[in-house]
Structure formats: C-alpha cells, structure tokens
Design a protein around this ligand. Structure first.
Ligand code: HPA
Ligand code: ZN
Length: 327
C-alpha cells in the first residue's frame, strides 16, 4: 500500500506535544553534563530502560525527573529546536507546543527563562523551517488552583508569547472544576483554552472541561466513547479531540494499537487527529503515530487518512484565512 508513504509526506499540524516530553535521553545527558546536574541513571541505556510505564502517574514521575536538567534559556531553546528539526522531517507545517512552567519554577527556574527560550525556537522554526509554531502554557492539575493563578501571574509579562492555556498532569481525582476560576480569568485575557480530559479520567471530566472550563479542544478524550450522549454532542459541536495513539499504548489505556478506538471516533464523525504527546518517552514522533496506527487498524484507509490530516488543520489555532490555504 502507498498509504504509509502518503501519510509521511503529507503536510500536517501537531496540536498535542508536551515539549518537555520531546527531551531525548541523549539530550538529557548532554544537558546534565553542561549544567552539572546529577541524574539517578548512569547512562542513556539505563535511562531508556526505565521507560516502562503502567499508567499515567508512572510516566509522569520519570518525565518530571528528566526535565530537571533544564535550567538555562539555551536549554529550553535546544530542546524545542531538536523537536522542530524532527517535526520538519515529518512534514509538520503547524505545531502548537505545550509547556509546563510549574515543572521548572519548582526548581527555581524563572518563567521568563522558559518562555523566552521556547519562543526563540518557535521564531527560528518559522524563519528556517517554515513551521508555524505557537506555545500553550499548561497548568499542572495535581497542584492547587491558587498555584495555577500564581503561574499565570508570572507569565503575564510574556502574554504575547503564548496563545493559550491547557491543563495536564495527573487526571484522576483532579477534575476540571478545580480550575474553573483560573480558566475564566484566562478567557478574559483572550487566551485559547484546552484541557486534557478522558485519557484516564471518566467521560464526565470531558463534559465538565467543556461546560465549566469552556475549552475549545479536548486533549485525548478517548474515554468519551463510553458515553453516547457525549459523543453526539462532540460531533454536533465539532469539538476536536487531540488523540495520541502511541501514548495510549505506553500508558496502558489500550492493550495495543489494534484495539485503539480511533476508527470508532472517526465513524462517529468526531474531529479527531493524531499527535505524539511525549515522543521521546512513547517511542515515536507524529509520523510514527500515523503510520503505525494505520498499519495496525485495517478499518483505516485513505478516507480516514485524509480526514485526520484535514482535522489537524481545522482544529488548529491559526487565523481562518491561513487555515484555508492548508485545507
Ligand atoms: N497526560 C497528562 N499529563 C501529561 C501528559 C499526558 O499525556 N504528558 C505530559 N504531561
Ligand atoms: Zn498530553
């Protein structure tokens, strides 16, 4: 079949990538050495061997440990630039990058250092790689709403350098309702709103992300399928779901790719597209997600390939006129 080759070569948008999750073990060790940070693993192979996850939390523990080598503006630039070079190889022409300021401010790294380093990489991606890129600031949901407000406050001097906010980290036990007031404030500031929901958490979290946080997209959302009324609403309102197949397998949301519910989401008429989530940890970048998922699921053919690529642009936060040129 020619489909894998078409999937690889087609222009596409990536809307769900945690930039800290693009930090490859080789770069973790390089930055650890550059910054004099001690790691709990003796070498790249030992670190990579620890990437065996049983659920979201088991991943988050090692993901936050990996991010501990990021201290200087240049570190954030180098991490994002490495991602953009891979994105260019995958024919990504639009990327919306999540970043977690609280992962860094907890170690004494100023929010400005994080945002400026990432923003410089976004600018260079545009000028050198022709990738349109923007940043989305994520609040860590295992922390309090008060801490989310403090994070927003610290980021406000850089308001023009990010386009929206999201909600990530441990989902179970941390419902969207916990962040109602800070999301309302972000809406007043004109920021785009997204949230992780229905990855490990129940369909009710997807509903409250929409009704209480008023998000425009749902990150993951695969558990929505357990609730037919919710699926009907997502289809009717054309709420995008940023689906991450390899992530779902590595975090044991589905036993393997042949059991992923992407075909059902598309059959229900949902605006779903594929994303890499944390590519350095989950064994693949965007084209790996596309090719492996379409190979594992015989129900997915050319029609669905066109649909997910088109959905990636439809769901992106670029002005409508620029979107038109891609679709
Ligand atoms: N889910 C929740 N939080 C995250 C993820 C994820 O997949 N990746 C990085 N932080
Ligand atoms: Zn994610």
């Amino acid at each position: 079949s020619k489909l894998p080759d078409l999937l690889r070569k087609a222009p596409k948008a990536e809307l769900h990538i945690h930039i800290e999750g693009s930090l490859e073990p080789e770069l973790i060790f390089k930055l650890a050495q550059r910054n004099g940070v001690a790691l709990a693993y003796p070498n790249v192979e030992a670190l990579r061997a620890a990437y065996a996850f049983t659920d979201l939390q088991s991943f988050l523990d090692i993901y936050y440990a990996g991010a501990s080598v990021l201290l200087k503006e240049e570190d954030f630039f180098d991490m994002a630039w490495a991602y953009f070079e891979r994105a260019a190889a995958d024919n990504i022409v639009r990327a919306e990058l999540f970043f977690d300021p609280q992962t860094h401010t907890a170690r004494g790294v100023d929010t400005g250092i994080v945002i400026r380093g990432l923003h410089r990489a976004c600018q260079r991606a545009q000028s050198e790689l022709r990738i349109s890129a923007d940043l989305i600031l994520c609040f860590l949901r295992h922390l309090s709403e008060e801490e989310a407000f403090a994070t927003l406050e610290a980021a406000l001097p850089y308001r023009e350098l990010f386009i929206g906010v999201g909600l990530d980290s441990s989902e179970q036990g941390h419902p969207p309702e916990k962040f109602e007031r800070v999301f309302a404030k972000c809406a007043e500031l004109g920021l785009h709103l997204v949230a992780h929901a229905g990855e490990e958490g129940p369909p009710d979290y997807v509903r409250s992300a929409l009704d209480v946080l008023k998000v425009e997209r749902i990150d993951h959302g695969v558990r929505s399928l357990e609730d037919p009324a919710l699926v009907a609403r997502l289809a009717r309102e054309r709420i995008p779901l940023t689906v991450c197949p390899l992530s779902n397998i590595k975090l044991c949301v589905f036993p393997d790719l042949s059991h992923h519910n992407l075909p059902k989401l598309l059959d229900a008429g949902l605006c779903a597209m594929l994303n890499s989530d944390d590519p350095a940890y989950f064994g693949g970048y965007l084209n790996d997600n596309l090719v492996q998922t379409f190979e594992a699921l015989p129900q997915l053919g050319a029609r669905q390939a066109y649909q997910v690529l088109r959905n990636s642009f439809e769901a992106s936060f670029v002005p409508a006129e620029r979107k038109q040129a891609w679709i």
